[in-house]
Design a protein around this ligand. Structure first.
Ligand code: 5AD
Ligand code: SF4
Length: 453
């Protein structure tokens, strides 16, 4: 980073270099982009939202489904125009797609405008790789390796001042048969708990009010560390930090969500009453082929346990329709689970074939039309449940955290309930960053509307 800063300083005529960072996909990618911005900041870059003005464009990509990939590649394709207008522009391609061999090959052959490709496990090498591009003028590809590394001490430039994404571990060892994540983000490894608690303390001191601990499967936090700690223990320590703030976490794997975790959550007011617990399918047969490690009944038992400890907990989930070989009966098991679970929110996905995963080789007999029909039925069912769950809040006064402006004149504030529900709030802009009492007036399937009391 110092070397690049030096390169820019040598050329006193040069304007301050501008970087544009474009992020796709999940919160882990958002967090990685905050590290990329932190590193760029130290290298002397300033930031722009104008692709044509940028000296450096970083595309932080997502590989989870084919449509995410298509969107990314479409946008990278369009960057041939910005590069033509500004031939000195450097384009970097990183994130999960940068670790998919087929995609990397495509970039190498057909996307000549891309100068630098590096896999998500090699994020800490970004300054060194960029330095090579700046000084050696060739293309640099580093798409393999760094599997076991946990890089500490990297600078982070966070987007917000109220909510903070906070990775506590990297990678995934679960190998769900449809999922590309373990193949691109490598083996599961946890950060040292003392470093995490220290950083959390600093976030609270800096005024952050809503901290989300991130991992592909936070419930297996601690495995492989020398210290004797699990996720419940880490959460307890985070909740012991003094101050008015909330801690959330995502994502939890149902097979590892423990009674101990629910107890720790219930014991602290700082633990948000929210859990995102993806179930993926309600059919035991499909769950087994997915390699999820639990049954329909096991999953429902977890929900019951969580609600025994915290009756007001908001539970959200992910589900996939159209997994290879999913029959109508399998799908009905999924509907049955949704009917019983009464989720506060559900993220629904149509199965997407990902190269290199075991499911990619399974015979897929369900037609695309049928998958879409199932998808629509699922959305319809969940929408009616979401409406009902939201409706329960109407007339209540709740504490919400105002985390930003909405851009809507009638409800100028954006806020979240303790359970993570989006609230459009009527109140003054000075409330941003504080917990306020809000009276819920009405709702739709996605959010609540409220007046500050
Ligand atoms: N196709 C469709 N959805 C997927 N997910 C992960 N892999 C796939 C895939 N190949 C979904 C899962 C996961 C969420 C982040 O994305 O539901 O929980
Ligand atoms: Fe993918 Fe399963 Fe790991 Fe989640 S737990 S990242 S769905 S392999």
């Amino acid at each position: 980073m110092a070397e690049i800063r030096g390169l820019f300083a040598e050329n006193s005529q040069a304007k301050t270099p501008l970087a544009y960072v474009d992020t796709y996909g999940c919160q882990q990618n958002e967090a990685d982009s905050e590290t990329i911005r932190g590193m760029l900041d130290e290298m002397g870059y300033e930031f722009t939202a104008d692709e044509f003005a940028a000296d450096l464009i970083v595309i932080n990509t997502c590989a989870i489904r084919e449509n995410a990939e298509n969107r990314v590649l479409g946008n990278v394709g369009a960057l041939s125009h910005t590069k033509k207008a500004k031939p000195s522009q450097i384009i970097a391609f990183c994130g999960c797609l940068a670790a998919v061999p087929e995609t990397v090959e495509k970039i190498r052959r057909s996307y000549q405008q891309v100068d630098l490709v590096f896999a998500p496990n090699l994020l800490w090498m970004f300054p060194e790789l960029l330095c090579r591009v700046l000084t050696e003028k060739g293309r640099v590809f580093l798409t393999d390796g760094g599997d076991g590394a946990v890089a500490e001490g990297l600078p982070v430039k966070r987007d917000g001042t109220v909510k903070a994404w906070f990775p506590i571990m990297y990678g995934c060892d679960n190998f769900c048969s449809y999922c590309i994540v373990p193949h691109v983000r490598g083996r599961e490894r946890s950060r040292d708990s003392a470093i995490i608690v220290d950083e959390a303390r600093r976030l609270v001191a800096d005024g952050y009010k809503d901290i989300t601990l991130l991992g592909q499967n936070v419930n297996s936090y601690g495995v492989g560390l020398d210290e004797d700690i699990n996720f419940a223990g880490l959460l307890r320590r985070a909740c012991e930090i003094d101050g008015q703030f909330l801690v959330r976490f995502m994502t939890s794997h149902p097979k590892d969500a423990s009674v101990e975790l629910f107890r720790v959550m219930a014991e602290s007011e700082r633990a948000a009453r929210q859990i995102h617990l993806p179930f993926q399918s309600g059919s035991d047969r499909i769950l087994s082929v997915m390699n999820r490690g639990y049954t329909h009944e096991d999953y429902m038992a977890k929900l019951t346990q969580a609600r025994e400890f915290m009756p007001d907990i908001a539970i959200t989930s992910d589900v996939i329709v159209g997994f290879p070989g999913e029959t109508e009966a399998d799908f009905e098991d999924t509907l049955r689970l949704i009917e019983k679970a009464r989720f506060d929110g559900l993220f629904t996905f149509i199965y997407s074939r990902r190269p290199g995963t075991p499911a990619a080789d399974m015979e897929d007999t369900v037609t695309s039309e049928e998958k879409h029909r199932r998808f629509d039925r699922l959305i319809e069912l969940q929408n009616s449940i979401s409406d009902e769950q939201h409706g329960k809040h109407i007339g209540k006064t709740m504490t919400v955290l105002v985390d930003g402006e909405s851009g809507d004149a009638r409800y100028p504030l954006r806020a979240r309930t303790n359970g993570g529900r989006l609230v459009h709030l009527n109140g003054g802009l000075e409330l941003v960053g504080s917990f306020v009492e809000a009276k819920i007036t009405h709702c739709n399937s996605w959010s609540l509307f409220a007046e500050a009391v």
